[in-house]
Write a protein that binds this ligand. Structure first.
Ligand SMILES: [Zn+2]
Length: 380
């Protein structure tokens, strides 16, 4: 919530750029207008939702199992991204999330760093520096590859305790996910919960709070651990993602005032259903994620200034719906217990949603989100 002046200056610079595009023989007496009625307004807020491992078949199976409907049908603009990492055609979640967060292709396992293991500023860090409110929500541990790549910088996704310590390095307004032990039971004996509280955070967890009714104080930053280690599958009782998504949006919207917010929400366990080759696991996690999508879509439709982008990092399992299937009874198969290289759908609605149609590298999602915020296009 700092550096408002910088943000205003950036806006002025950005808004002024069309005037520089005038042709040389423009008569000097012609009134110059810098407002293009054809270019869409910028997005005040971006809600970016990632269904980990959610390829097209995961979406198809989830949709049929959900009564042949999904919130994704409300998205007017759909594209495809190429998911490959810098060192491997088959990406992992770390390289993919770093592509979305930083706009770079990097190696599998990299968290917010490039091929040379150099830290790259993430879209969440830049939003925070511009005075916006920021948040991360996940159904894995919050230090797992996808959420970690927005806030941490580490050469390896496995360094969970180092990644947790990076949460102290930004002023992220809100984070909610599993992995309490990485903040409190650490080899270096730091207690990051205590340190977060010293920084002014309200910190709570699944024991002390009702996740469905968090009553978040908008004058404070907020952290909530939803489990000691990995949260349960939704089929085994985890139920927080849709409610926490709604509460996080309400909190960030109120807290950010006129500045806007960036929120990343991950449905982490669609991927784990793919690794386990369990169609029921994929489907139940997709349906839970779809309910979280509804919260984002409902807010965006009311708000009118919010871009919602939904995608996956990669497909998992080589999942297929087989020939004897009916809509009510899917017969499925898998070709792999790991990720696959297929292109991944990207769904967008709200300001600048049109920019997300077409076929492009996963890194382009970062640049398209920057453009939607009106931050201007960076040199790639
Ligand atoms: Zn995976």
């Amino acid at each position: 919530m700092k550096h408002l002046i910088i943000m205003i200056c950036c806006c002025i610079l950005y808004c002024c750029t069309p005037a520089q595009n005038l042709t040389k023989d423009q008569p000097s007496t012609t009134p110059i207008t810098t407002i293009s009625t054809s270019s869409p307004k910028t997005a005040k807020n971006i809600i970016f939702l990632i269904g980990d491992g959610m390829g097209l078949t995961q979406t198809t199976a989830g949709m049929y199992a959900n009564g042949n409907k999904t919130e994704l049908e409300k998205f007017e603009y759909i594209g495809l991204h190429k998911s490959h990492a810098s060192d491997n055609l088959i990406t992992d979640s770390a390289a993919a999330a770093t592509a979305f967060a930083c706009g770079i292709k990097t190696y599998n396992g990299a968290i917010g760093v490039d091929d040379n293991k150099q830290s790259k500023t993430t879209i969440l860090e830049e939003a925070e520096a511009k005075g916006m409110a920021t948040g991360l929500v996940s159904t894995s541990t919050i230090v797992h590859a996808t959420p970690a790549s927005y806030i941490a910088h580490n050469e390896s996704r496995q360094n969970y305790e180092e990644i947790a310590a990076d949460f102290l390095e930004t002023d992220i307004d809100l984070f909610i996910g599993g992995g309490k032990k990485f903040f409190e039971r650490r080899e270096d004996e730091r207690n990051l919960t205590t340190e977060l509280r010293q920084k002014g955070y309200i910190v709570t967890d699944f024991i002390d709070s009702d996740l469905l009714n968090l009553n978040i104080d908008i004058t404070k930053n907020f952290a909530c651990y939803t489990s000691e280690e990995q949260p349960l599958p939704v089929a085994q009782g985890r139920d927080y993602l849709p409610d926490v998504t709604r509460q996080s949006i309400e909190y960030l919207d109120k807290k950010s005032g006129d500045e806007g917010f960036f929120l990343m929400v991950e449905g982490s366990q669609i991927d784990w259903g793919g690794h386990a080759n369990k169609a029921d696991y994929i489907i139940s996690e997709f349906i839970d994620f779809d309910k979280a999508l509804k919260e984002a879509v409902d807010f965006a439709e009311k708000d009118g200034n919010t871009l919602v982008v939904v995608t996956a990092d990669h497909e998992t399992g080589g999942f297929a719906i087989q020939t004897t299937s009916t809509m009510d009874s899917l017969v499925t198969a898998f070709t792999s217990d790991y990720h696959t290289a297929s292109m991944i759908p990207v769904y967008a609605l709200g300001p600048h949603a049109k920019d997300f149609k077409g076929i492009y590298e996963n890194t382009e999602i970062y640049f398209k989100m920057r453009k939607a915020f009106g931050w201007g296009e960076m040199t790639k």
